[in-house]
Structures are given as C-alpha cells and as structure tokens.
Ligand binder design. Structure first.
Ligand code: HEM
Length: 151
C-alpha cells in the first residue's frame, strides 16, 4: 500500500473534476461505509493494523483503545453525516504533544485505506471519507517550530 497524501490529493482533484460534470450527487457516504456498524468494523480493523504498524505503533502505546474505538467511530459517523454525535476531545487537544509528523499522518491514512479495503468499501467512498479527514490535518500534525535565526 503505497498511496500517499500526494496520491490522495490527486484523487481528490479528479473527484472535484467529476463534480463539475453535473449536479452534486446525494450524500450516501454513511450508507456506503455500512452505517454505524460498518464504520465500527472499519475502525476496529484500522486499530488492529495501527498497533502492528511499526511506523506509528509506539504513539498508541498505553492508549485506551476501547475509548479510541468509540470516539473515532462516532467522529467518522458524524463526518459521514450519519446520526452520531462526537463527544471526544478536539483534534488539537487529543493530539497535542504526540509529535505527529507528515509521515505519521500518511501512515495512518494508508492504514485506514487498508482497513476500508478489508471491509469492501468502494474506492469512491474511500476517497470521499479521506476528503473529509484532510481538513483535520493541520490540527493533528505538529508543525515544527522555525529554526532560530543565526544572525
Ligand atoms: C485524520 C486523521 C486522524 C483522526 C480523524 C484522528 C482522530 C482521533 C480521535 C477521534 C481520537 C480520540 C480523542 C478522544 O478520545 O478524546 C484520537 C486520539 C488519538 N490519536 Fe488520532 N486521529 C487522526 C490521526 C492520528 C495520527 C496520524 C496519529 C499518530 C500516528 C494519531 C494518534 C492518536 C493517539 C495516540 C490518540 C490517543 C490520545 C490519548 O488518548 O491521549 N491520530 N484521534
């Protein structure tokens, strides 16, 4: 699985072109992800993949996985316009101090794609979910402090 954010952005660009071709389609993302049960299964499989992914597993050490599973499921359900309320912390608060960089973010995106593949989510629905997660990027990824000027 080598798809990165670059590939993702290309896909989103193409999706954008498609949407120029006609009226916006009805939002079926929640249904296409298998409703809350389907989303819960995707998140379960995502967390299985993540804890085995040596690029990012360390970040999840000691985390309450049951709580993460519930909150991430609610969040994705909400972002898919499903009938869920997200009651976890903000993305900034829950990722502060974890030192998540661009590579980590891409690794998690790849793991999510794998989990969606395992749950037979159509590629178009995969891309629509990823598109709704991209705006959260800046709240999750730590922007390194600028280097002190030498003069
Ligand atoms: C679009 C991408 C992401 C989304 C939507 C997301 C979403 C979430 C949510 C909903 C929580 C639970 C917050 C709570 O319980 O109050 C959480 C926690 C967490 N996330 Fe993310 N996350 C993303 C990316 C990442 C990445 C890239 C990493 C690390 C590689 C990461 C590591 C963690 C960890 C370790 C926690 C638990 C923090 C704690 O319990 O103290 N997340 N995330």
């Amino acid at each position: 699985m080598t798809r990165t954010i670059t590939g993702l952005l290309l896909g989103l660009l193409l999706a954008g072109c498609q949407s120029l071709a006609g009226p916006p389609a009805e939002d079926t993302l929640y249904q296409d992800l298998g409703e809350r049960t389907g989303i819960a299964n995707i998140v379960r499989d995502l967390l299985y993949v993540v804890v085995e992914d040596e690029r990012i597993a360390e970040t999840f050490r000691g985390v309450d996985i049951a709580s993460l599973h519930r909150n991430l499921t609610d969040q994705i359900c909400y972002l898919a316009n499903g009938p869920c309320t997200y009651s976890g912390r903000s993305m900034e608060a829950s990722h502060a101090g974890l030192g998540i960089d661009e590579t980590d973010f891409n690794a998690l995106a790849e793991d999510l794609i794998l989990a969606m593949e395992q749950n037979d989510v159509p590629v178009s629905a995969q891309n629509r979910l990823l598109k709704r997660l991209v705006p959260l990027h800046d709240e999750i990824v730590d922007i390194p402090a600028p280097r002190p000027s030498s003069n």
